[in-house]
Design a protein around this ligand. Structure first.
Ligand SMILES: Cc1cc2nc3c(=O)[nH]c(=O)nc-3n(C[C@H](O)[C@H](O)[C@H](O)COP(=O)(O)OP(=O)(O)OC[C@H]3O[C@@H](n4cnc5c(N)ncnc54)[C@H](O)[C@@H]3O)c2cc1C
Length: 628
């Protein structure tokens, strides 16, 4: 199966890392100008083969380890400056923390409260850029209520004044004037006004509310789009490629050793690069550990703090906005997510398997207890559709409690040729990326220009407002409903035309996916042919969010999706069976872990099913040193 209009073989032969100039970069190793940016940004199976070959043959300016938002952002930053770039990711794009966030592009009200004003300003600037210029198809405003709790009249006035001033400042930091803010302004609501907007709020739990806006994003999709945009500018992007060591010359890192996890019997190979950037989130300490034989000081330590979310159907709570609630240790978000609500998060230290952090029954009951303090109909575990856990990469050392640790990022160079970037938050990925690539450029003594990613719309963003405006016409022309076009536009932006072309060439691809009818079979095929999905888990968990959006957690969609992937990737019956069995076993293990009382028991239940890419438990460096 190919994308209409582009044969896979043609794509390979036409892709050429020639040195040319193009808008958005200076001079560098970029795509052949006769190939469209869309075609060059297609992460197809054949592209993986060609990019693997490039890893072996080329000497890159920058090699990025880690395909989370930081690594994908860094690859894009470097590629758009005209540098030759490779990105290697051990598992799937966004398989780490970057698919497990609260999915907010936000300034962070908590940082405002802690008077970390520069962080708030920086994040709100990024929010505006993403929502208006870089990714308006992926980042949208979401209204959120700050409920004002019952109190005596003077305290009530104080609450309203305190939060009101805070949210006014939030709006000011986002830029009150101009169209770059990308979000509406905040508004005060009475108790009746708040309950009108959010009828499920218990009348005795509030005296009023303030409504403000932040950005919402499908975090995994933004990462894939960043990686594809980097690929469209010439970056080699290879997933299932695990870095297992560094190549050194004297006391300088000159490359990495990579294992291709899709070819377990193939020998490791070396990739040469003038600068290696490790953007490995909670795996950062492993990078320094790989250099421990030469006595390298890591320069930074990253600790993991687990955050759990539960997903419930939209019908479980009646409301047209999200909520932000204070908890004893932090805050809790209740955020509308299509036909669902996302409720989270927890904030506790985690020292167990980092690839598959497990949510325990204690985490889940904590979340339900917190949200039930304000809901008129309490939620129970029966309401839960999905559960996911992620690990915050926190720069360690600043405080004892994880929720107080700084979210600021750091760039260090523990050894010549190796830069580590970690910390920060999803919203500010572009700032982190620019910082680390600035360091790389200085090191290279290169004349590459400053970062220009603030001017570079991601794939699918160009022409998005017009495509949204014309969605009814598009639907009529393609014989699908306007709802289908809206769904596609909000996930692919103007790349939607490619999915519609696939459906025109093969109408069976318009079939809704079994068990998840809001998704089309075409999306599964496109994920495999253009978005770098190599396994069923990649499609059900990250290209779509079926694993958290259905009560069956994707098990009822697995066979249909595997069948579509078989056609796209040429799987035989045995591979298909293995993929389905792995997915079912993974869901079973996760369900089991969520009945366990604590982290240790939940982790033990979850690690019974190893990663589909073939490596087993993935424990932290510090865990190896303690005896459980
Ligand atoms: C519960 C929770 C909620 C959050 N909510 C928000 C939010 O709403 N808004 C916000 O702005 N931020 C939020 N954050 C923070 C944000 O999600 C993270 O800061 C961000 O995703 C970190 O991205 P990263 O790329 O640095 O790390 P990761 O996404 O973890 O990426 C690191 C990658 O490195 C790869 N890797 C590791 N070792 C190797 C190796 N040896 N070889 C190759 N690859 C390797 C991993 O597989 C992984 O994919 C949240 C975090 C959590 C945990």
């Amino acid at each position: 199966m190919n994308l209409p209009g582009f044969s896979a073989a043609g794509e390979l032969s036409r892709y050429s890392p020639a040195r040319v100039t193009h808008p958005g970069a200076n001079v560098g190793r970029v795509r052949d100008p006769s190939v469209s940016r869309y075609a060059a940004g297609r992460l197809s199976p054949i592209r993986r083969v060609s990019d693997l070959r490039r890893l072996r043959d080329e000497h890159f300016d920058v090699l990025v380890i880690g395909g989370g938002v930081t690594g994908a952002g860094a690859a894009l930053d470097a590629a758009s400056r005209g540098l030759s770039v490779a990105l290697v990711e051990a598992r799937d794009l966004a398989a780490g923390t970057s698919s497990r966030s609260t999915k907010l592009i936000h300034g962070g009200l908590r940082y405002l409260e802690q008077l970390e004003l520069h962080l708030v300003h920086e994040a709100l600037t990024e929010r505006g850029l993403l929502a208006t210029r870089l990714a308006p198809h992926l980042v949208r405003p979401v209204p959120i209520l700050v409920p004002l709790p019952p109190a005596s009249p003077p305290v009530r006035i104080w609450h309203r004044g305190y939060y009101g001033v805070g949210l006014a400042a939030y709006d000011v930091f986002a830029g009150v004037f101009g169209d770059g803010r990308g979000m509406p302004m905040h508004r005060h609501l009475t108790r009746d006004g708040a309950r009108h907007l959010f009828p499920s709020l218990r009348a005795d739990a509030i005296t009023g509310a303030i409504r403000y806006f932040d950005g919402q994003v499908d975090d995994a999709r933004l990462v894939v789009t960043l990686a594809r945009t980097a690929a469209s500018l010439g970056a080699a992007v290879v997933t299932s490629a695990r870095v297992v060591g560094f190549v050194r010359e004297a006391r300088e890192v000159i490359g990495v050793k990579v294992r291709d996890l899709e070819a377990p019997d193939a020998p490791e190979f070396e990739v040469r690069a003038r600068t290696v950037v490790a953007a490995t989130g909670v795996w950062s300490d492993d990078m320094s550990q790989m250099l421990s034989d030469v006595g390298v000081r890591p320069g930074l330590r990253v600790r993991a703090s687990k955050g759990v979310h539960v997903v419930v159907p939209r019908s479980a709570i009646t409301g047209d906005a999200g909520l932000i609630l204070r908890t004893p240790t932090s805050v809790l978000f209740v955020i509308p997510w299509g036909g669902h609500w996302i409720i989270g998060t927890t904030d506790t230290d985690w020292h167990l398997d980092r690839s598959h952090p497990a949510a325990s029954a204690r985490d889940i009951s904590y979340l339900l207890d917190q949200v039930n303090t304000v809901l008129d109909r309490p939620l129970t575990t029966d309401d839960i559709e999905g559960v996911y856990a992620g690990l915050r990469p926190l720069l360690s050392g600043e405080a004892d409690s994880t929720s107080k640790l700084s979210r600021e990022h750091a760039v260090v160079e523990p050894m010549l040729g190796l830069l580590l970037v970690a910390g920060g938050k999803y919203t500010t990925y572009r700032v982190m990326a620019a910082d680390v690539i600035d360091r790389a450029v200085r090191r290279l003594g290169n004349t590459a220009p400053p970062s220009r990613t603030d001017q570079l719309p991601l794939l699918g963003a160009d022409g998005y407002p017009a495509a949204w405006r014309d969605r009814q016409d598009t639907a009529r022309r393609h014989g699908v409903t306007a709802g289908v076009v809206e769904h596609l536009l909000e996930r692919y932006g103007t790349l939607t035309v490619h999915l519609l072309a696939m459906i025109a060439a093969d109408p069976a691809l318009a079939t809704p996916l079994t068990g998840a009818p809001e998704y089309l079979a075409a999306e599964v095929a496109y994920a495999a042919l253009a978005e770098g999905a190599l396994h069923l888990d990649d499609v059900l968990t990250r290209r779509t969010r079926i694993s958290i959006e259905t009560p069956h957690r994707g098990t009822e969609s697995a066979r249909h999706a595997a069948m579509v992937m078989s056609e796209a990737l040429g799987w035989n019956a045995a591979v298909r069976q293995r993929e389905v069995e792995h997915y079912l076993a993974r869901v079973l293990a996760e369900r089991e872990s969520q009945t366990k009382p604590d982290d240790l028991a939940a982790d033990a239940a979850r690690i019974g099913v190893p990663d589909v890419r073939g490596f087993a438990a993935d424990r932290g460096v510090d865990l190896l040193e303690v005896d459980l």
